[in-house]
Ligand binder design. Structure first.
Ligand SMILES: Cc1cc2nc3c(=O)[nH]c(=O)nc-3n(C[C@H](O)[C@H](O)[C@H](O)COP(=O)(O)OP(=O)(O)OC[C@H]3O[C@@H](n4cnc5c(N)ncnc54)[C@H](O)[C@@H]3O)c2cc1C
Length: 562
């Protein structure tokens, strides 16, 4: 049983953990340990489904935590109640290694809202330097961008847009939306190129960007993969270290939890930090009553409308481009913030032949009103936490999604787009997930389905119950709701479960430097600390959080140094 002393033990090598380990170990005096439950595949050894800039196995659940399911919809919302799988990366780089690489910051109002909720020092002006630090923007410069950071950000040029994505973009512009160039520095509504965190020929996740060969070679950085942390070790009211599933204990001056917005609160609850009543019921000794742990689970909500593309509208199966343009718009629904919605075209929906034949529009609701939770049913670390999103509990969310659905149908019906595709349908994501992994068997099944989809009677048979009739939907609110319930699903942008705030706030879990309120030597620095949703996919915001927290930690310990 190994036992060692480190200055910082970082639990979870995802988007946040890799950044923390990299930045803290820049100081050769600090001994940093990074523990990751999943496997390590240093750059160059990863499978093509990860390496490709086309997110080959997105939705497959490869390299994801097994057994994670969520109640997506609130009871009584009218939507199907079934539990749906939730994908969260379990691999070096975490979800950053398997994500869609869309690289968005959100809008200044998002961070000003964080500050207003008690996260002083996290307003837009304060977070911008950290967004700049993380990136190396290939297309834009100036005070709103960084050009020397580890993560490349780029956009596909218009010459690379395939026909369906091009036609959708033109149709949106024809509707009067403003065209602009830089999604991450211009925050009004309009359509512009979609920023991506990759290079034209490969994914660049945090494990590549922040844990390159030179960083891994640092003598003061230890990286242990396949290392599931099952418990925090207490010394009075302070944390002294962590325990791995094989019994090994690692001791450190400080433990930093970066296990993501599902597993970080689970580790906290098992350590006896949470709602005392709930912990009592599970027989977990309560060390600190902190009711906010696991509450305030935030996520985004999405609907895809898919369509069978005519051959002239398709993207070559070998082409690795993925996201081209994105429309940001404000729903205008009362009490909802601006920039709460996005629509984007996808020309090729999967890596195989069927994916090449099917295009889609994605609609994402970035500021849902509904809030969920992460709880435990058992103290046993092998039992996955209970995840509730409770989506569609609020009429404003339903309204914004049905309105977005009609907007997408309208775009798909515009003449320059309509001439490129057949019926519009709600995709069957559960069926798509079954053939999402890159295997020869799935390749063959997808090929056969792509062939069948070419023949209208077979296609309609395969899509029965899912084809939408725009003219009926336009006038029938009941049909609109039914389509929305059939198509709506959660995204993978979980956050907020150990939220940052003022130390006087009983619902806050960490202070503005990531220190767990009431516990010594324990910090949290991942998506869990976000006070509320941002109007963006969460990868860049999480990396920003980790960069800023790393700076706080370095500054705090150098102040205390003799
Ligand atoms: C399928 C998918 C697609 C996405 N697409 C996009 C996108 O296109 N754009 C975007 O901006 N965002 C996207 N995201 C979201 C983005 O990747 C996440 O917001 C971000 O990675 C969260 O960072 P994190 O560090 O909080 O958690 P994660 O990146 O999930 O990292 C947590 C890490 O902790 C490890 N861990 C957990 N528990 C333990 C334990 N007990 N012991 C040891 N290790 C542990 C996990 O294995 C994991 O490696 C996507 C996410 C997913 C899952």
């Amino acid at each position: 049983m190994a036992s060692c002393t480190y200055d910082h033990i970082v639990v979870g090598a995802g988007a946040a953990g890799c950044v923390l380990a990299s930045r803290l170990s820049e100081d050769p005096q600090r001994r940093v340990l990074l523990l990751e439950a999943g496997p390590d595949m240093p750059t160059g050894t990863e499978p093509s489904s990860i390496r490709s800039p086309f997110p080959g196995a997105l939705g497959a659940g490869d390299f994801s935590w097994p057994g994670l399911h969520a109640n997506v919809f609130a009871p009584g919302s009218g939507a199907a109640r079934a539990m749906r799988p939730l994908i969260q990366g379990k691999v070096m780089g975490g979800s950053s290694t398997i994500n869609g690489m869309m690289a968005q910051r959100g809008i200044p109002l998002d961070y000003d809202r964080w500050a207003a909720m008690g996260a002083g020092g996290w307003d837009w002006r304060s977070v911008l330097p950290w967004f700049n630090k993380l990136e190396s923007d290939q297309d834009h410069g100036g005070p709103l961008h960084g050009n020397t950071g580890p993560l490349p950000i780029r956009r596909e040029t218009s010459a690379q847009w395939p026909p369906f994505a091009r036609a959708v973009t033109q149709a949106i512009v024809e509707q009067g939306y403003r065209w602009f160039e830089d999604f991450n520095a211009d925050f009004d509504d309009g359509i512009c190129p979609s920023p991506l965190s990759n290079l034209p020929d490969r994914r660049v996740g945090v494990a590549t960007a922040y844990l390159g060969k030179d960083v891994r070679a640092r003598p003061n950085l230890t990286i242990l993969s396949n290392s599931l942390v099952i418990a925090l070790r207490w010394n009075g009211t302070r944390i002294a270290g962590v325990q791995r599933s094989d019994g090994a204990t690692f001791l450190g001056a400080e433990v930093i939890l970066t296990a993501g917005a599902i597993h970080t609160p689970a580790l906290m609850l098992r350590a006896g930090i949470g709602c005392a009543q709930a912990l009592d019921k599970l027989g977990i000794p309560v060390v600190l009553e902190r009711r906010g742990v696991g509450r305030n689970l935030r996520n985004h909500l999405m609907i895809h409308l898919a369509t069978h593309l005519h051959p002239k509208a398709r993207q070559a199966q070998s082409a690795t481009s993925w996201a081209f343009t994105v429309l940001r718009y404000s729903s205008g629904v009362a009490d909802c913030p601006p920039a709460d919605m996005q629509i984007f075209p996808i020309n090729r929906t999967a890596w195989h032949a069927l994916g090449s034949a099917i295009g889609a529009l994605g609609l994402c609701l970035y500021q849902p009103v509904s809030v969920g939770s992460v709880t435990l049913t058992s103290a046993d670390p092998a039992t996955p936490p209970v995840i509730r999103f409770n989506m569609l509990a609020d009429a404003r969310d339903t309204k914004r999604l049905t309105d977005g659905l009609l907007r997408m149908l309208h775009i798909l019906a515009m003449p320059e787009v309509a001439r490129l595709h057949d019926e519009v349908f709600i995709p069957n994501k559960a069926a798509a997930a079954k053939i999402a992994s890159v295997t020869w068997r799935n390749r063959a099944i997808a090929q056969a389905l792509a062939l069948a989809m070419q023949y209208p009677p077979w296609r309609r048979r395969l899509l029965r119950g899912r084809i939408l009739d725009y003219s009926r939907l336009r006038t029938d609110p009941g049909q609109q709701l039914a389509a929305m319930w059939l198509g709506a699903s959660h995204v993978h942008h979980v956050c907020g479960t150990c939220r940052m705030g003022s130390v006087e706030d009983p619902d806050a879990v960490v202070d503005t430097q990531g220190r767990v309120i009431g516990v010594g030597n324990l910090r949290i620095a991942d998506a869990s600390v976000m006070p509320c949703n941002v109007s963006a996919n969460t990868h860049l915001p999480v990396i920003m959080v980790a960069e800023k927290m790393a700076a706080h930690i370095l500054a705090a310990s150098s102040q205390h140094a003799p």
